[in-house]
Design a protein around this ligand. Structure first.
Ligand code: LMR
Length: 390
């Protein structure tokens, strides 16, 4: 029976890492998967994470199951980190931000929603997650690579023309992946108004909080939307903000003004999790809970996250200056936010850059700015300028 299967293609983004590792070029640069690196090219474990882990090693008395919804203190502290204090939500710990998106999709389907609107380009895994849960994906152009402009008008007109009550709309809470484009306050207000007018459900993907302009300021648009829209879903990841990538730590939250509805929402999220992996893993959530509930660890973590963001901002300025002679639009790299920007390069040039200069990026032209350090920046700029001119 198994021989009837056809082979699935490798994930093109994740496949870059082994290709990069196998490249003997000593000057190679990895601008692929979204992982933060410091100026020496390392992805260090946050100091606060190390200290929280030491504390857990010393004090944890059992590895017995935590429970189907996960670590309740983590779920609450992480929600306060994302949404601010004082908001009610049905929350469940998940297997990373991807697990949160998958549970969100299942919840939408169970609630009678059958379509989700995605602005393109978006994270390369979004469509697959939603389709695997049985939702149909409706896409619309959201970003023009040549001009580096967000196509807010296209988003609004697509939603106005095509969205029906009960449809979901995916919004990147901050630090848009893959473009870094910033949605201004007026566009957030217009989308919120459209969501309310048409009876749509916003699904906020929050995976890079703290990497834009700050922990609180990055969450401000999401929090304003939560103030205005009664029924929302938030999928939140701790992978980047706490540097816990491989620990697969995240949570999904659904809001409703009714306590009885929140109880039902939570029961559905738990049931979907139970039917998929039974219970979420503990370690990463225990680390985040320990950090967020200890003022000293929290302060230390915040300082380190601030430093990471400042390093990315500095790299953005250098890249923007170095690449603007190619196209004045690329000056926008300096004001885009988060780990990524999207370069107007065709696939042939991207493969050439890989083979001739050891610069690795996905074929979309997305670059992980957090993967670049000051030693490599001049060489990367020179190679991009040379290849783009070819
Ligand atoms: C990315 O976009 O590079 C990260 O979110 C890693 C992933 O799983 O794709």
């Amino acid at each position: 029976m198994f021989e009837t299967l056809t082979r699935e293609a490798d994930d093109p983004l994740l496949a870059l890492t082994p290709l990069f590792k196998a490249d003997p070029n000593p000057a190679k640069v990895d601008l692929g998967v979204g992982v933060y690196r410091d100026d020496l090219g390392r992805t260090p474990v946050f100091r606060a994470v190390k200290r929280a882990e030491a504390l857990l090693l010393e004090t944890q008395e059992t590895k017995a199951y935590v429970g189907p919804e996960g670590d309740l203190a983590f779920i609450e502290a992480f929600w306060n980190f994302v949404a601010g204090e004082g908001r009610d939500a049905a929350g469940v710990q998940t297997v990373g931000g991807t697990g949160a998106l998958r549970l969100a999709a299942e919840l939408l389907r169970r609630s009678g929603s059958s379509r989700i609107f995605l602005g393109t380009p978006t994270w390369s895994n979004h469509s697959a997650i939603f389709q695997a849960a049985g939702l149909s994906v409706v896409t619309y152009p959201l970003f023009d690579v040549a001009s580096q402009n967000l196509l807010a008008g296209e988003m609004m007109s697509t939603l106005a023309d095509r969205a029906q009550p009960g449809d979901a709309v995916l919004l990147h809470a901050s630090c848009h992946n893959p473009t870094g484009a910033v949605m201004d306050d007026a566009t957030w207000a217009a989308v919120t108004e459209m969501i309310l007018r048409k009876g749509l459900v916003p699904l906020l993907d929050s995976a890079y909080q703290g990497f834009g302009t700050g922990i609180e300021s990055d969450a401000a648009p999401l929090r304003r939307l939560l103030d205005q829209v009664p029924e929302t879903i938030v999928a939140a990841s701790a992978s980047k903000s706490f540097g816990l990538y491989r620990e697969r730590t995240g949570a999904v939250y659904a809001t409703s003004p009714s306590p009885a509805t929140r109880d039902k929402l939570k029961s559905h999220l738990v049931t979907v999790g139970r039917g998929s992996y039974s219970m979420p893993p503990d370690h990463g959530a225990a680390v985040v809970r320990t950090i967020l509930t200890d003022p000293e660890l929290r302060e230390d973590w915040r300082t380190e996250l601030d430093e990471a963001r400042q390093r990315i901002t500095a790299m953005r300025a250098i890249l923007a200056e170095g690449l603007s002679p190619l196209s004045p639009a690329l000056a926008a790299i300096a004001t885009q936010q988060g780990m990524f920007s999207l370069l107007p390069l065709d696939e042939r040039r991207i493969i050439e850059l890989r083979q001739r200069s050891g610069i690795y990026m996905p074929l979309s032209g997305r670059i992980n700015i957090a993967g670049l350090n000051s030693g490599q920046a001049p060489g990367v700029i020179a190679a991009l300028r040379a290849h783009a001119a070819r």
